[in-house]
Structures are given as C-alpha cells and as structure tokens.
Design a protein around this ligand. Structure first.
Ligand code: PDD
Length: 290
C-alpha cells in the first residue's frame, strides 16, 4: 500500500511530498508537532493532543492553519487514505515560508504537514521483556513544555541510548533530578509503593499518555505522587517505566548498569500496562474514524 501525505491543502503520494527550502521549520526548527496513536481505527486521546497543539502554537505565536474541526477531518481523511488500523499520525505546523531572517516574518502562512504510518500495538499476550535506559545530562532549552520540532538534544540522547544497547535515555537536570526521556515521560515505584512521576513544569512535556496513566492509576487506588526524583532514587526503585504515544507503557528493567527489581517488568507496571491496553481497546475515550 503506498502512503499518502498531506501538505497545505493537498494529498500527495508520500514519496513525492515536499515543503519549500525556506520553510522556517527546516531553517530554524520554528514549528510544533503532535504524534497521535491510532488503535483499531480509533484516534486515541484526540482532544488532549489537540489541546496541547493549541498550547504549543500559542506559546510560539503561530496561527492555526485551519479551524480545529477541519484539522480533525483532514486527520481522519489521511488515516482512511493510508488504510490504517493501528498506527500513528504525525502533525507538524511551522511558521511557514519566508526569506531567511531570524525574527518573525511580517506575513507568512503556517505550513501544515500530516503524515501517517502503521505501528503495531502490543496486546495482553505480548511477551514484554522490558527496556534498558541510560541517564544523560539534560542539555535542552528551558521550554520543554512546548512540543517544538527543535529536537536535536533529544536526537543525540536517543542515539546515545541506542549506541549503548538501550531503548531510551533519561535526562537529568543540574540537581541530578530526572526530567524525562528523550521522547517519553519517566516513572518509578518507590519502596513504599508510591508511584512517582515528575510534576508538570517547563522542564518536561505534558505527555498525554502520562495523563491517561495517572487517571488509570488513581482509579485503581494506586498512591500517586507528582514530584521529581533523582537518578539515584530511580536506580533504587522497585519498578520503573516510561510512557508515550508510541512506546505506550514500557517497563524499565535496567538503568545504566543497575538492574531494577529482579530484572523483569514489575508487577504494578505489568498491571498498569494491561489496564492501558484495555483502555486503548475501549472506544469510550477515543474518537471513531468514519
Ligand atoms: N514524543 N516527552 C517528550 C520529550 C516527548 O517527545 C514525548 C512524545 C513525550 C510523551 O508524550 P505523549 O504521551 O503525549 O506521546 C514526553 C512523541 C511520541 C515523539 O516525539 O515521537
């Protein structure tokens, strides 16, 4: 099946789609994006993703390229054209095309790009061995709450992880506190069975999966604490995991050279993953693509 992508009002074969060389996203990383999971043809948590897109656009003073309702239609269309059952949709909005000059152009039309591709989602029977994470200093800017396409430190961090046989890198700030992964939010379970994830501030992205897992944890009566934790604490944790729209809830079994728990996904982690996979299969909170 050949992929179809959308740029500024038109659908193109993916292999032939392009944007202008003076697009500010290309030259300055002057843009924002979203990644939304598609499960069983449902768009998972569409509203919180669009809310966050709105916040990112507002923070950078980039205008909406179209009304939200029209954007939802285009997203649905692209999913249909790509005949996706399980997958992801990628939405990118930049400040648009203008003669290269750092300040905002007086006039520019935002560029809207939407792509989609298949992604297999685990099920309750998938054998999950868990992941290794490494820890690295957080060298990013101070507005990581904005989902900007400026991702170079994240790219370098992820590659450092892969070079060391790990799946993710957890970044830590000057005080040794874990901020987040390069493309995921970080979690740990302490010895008193408190489930801990960093509170929201400008140091991390407000992950939509993070919010959903928090909701599930509360409903299941798990003690949830939103606070930063150190790399040392994480290494002494009973269990750990990370979350995102594309990694779902991934158990962590090793941090740097330290094995977490008994080296297998923890009990609570496994329970939360099962609940999240059930949530993905429940149409309640998701939007059906017609
Ligand atoms: N990344 N933190 C960072 C830095 C991220 O880039 C992401 C998502 C998350 C988790 O957010 P959510 O649960 O809404 O996916 C946290 C996407 C998947 C990406 O860049 O591909």
């Amino acid at each position: 099946m050949s992929r179809v992508s959308y740029v500024n009002g038109r659908y193109y074969p993916h292999s032939r789609v392009s944007v202008h060389v003076e697009d500010r996203g290309y030259q300055f990383a002057d843009g924002v994006y979203e990644v939304i999971l598609i499960k069983n043809r449902y768009l998972v948590d569409e509203e919180p993703h669009l809310d966050r897109l709105n916040r990112s656009l507002q923070s950078l003073e980039i205008a909406w390229p179209m009304k939200q309702a029209s954007l939802k239609q285009v997203i649905k269309e692209i999913i249909n054209k790509n005949k996706l059952k399980d997958g992801i949709v990628y939405i990118q909005i930049t400040r648009g095309v203008a003669k290269r000059d750092h300040g905002f152009p007086k006039k520019s039309k935002p560029t809207l790009v939407i792509t989609a591709r298949p992604l297999s989602v685990p099920n309750l029977n998938t054998n999950n061995k868990g992941a290794k994470v490494i820890t690295i200093p957080d060298i990013r800017w101070r507005r990581c709450d904005i989902k900007s396409v400026s991702l170079l430190p994240n790219v370098l961090g992820k590659q450092a992880a892969r070079d060391q046989g790990a799946q993710e890198a957890w970044q830590f700030d000057e005080e040794g506190l874990v901020t987040e992964g390069t493309s995921t939010n970080a979690w740990m379970l302490d010895t008193d069975n408190n489930l801990i994830t960093r509170y929201l501030d400008e140091a991390i992205l407000s992950g939509v999966t993070r919010l959903t897992i928090m909701d599930i944890a509360r409903k299941e009566g798990i003690k949830l604490v939103e606070r930063p934790f150190t790399v040392d604490e994480a290494k002494k944790s009973k269990e750990a995991f990370f979350t995102s729209s594309t990694s779902f809830l991934t158990p962590v079994v090793q941090i740097d050279d330290v094995i977490i728990g008994n080296g297998a996904p923890g009990l609570l982690t496994t329970k939360l993953l099962a609940s999240y996979l059930r949530y993905l299969d429940s149409p309640k909170s998701n939007i059906l693509i017609n």
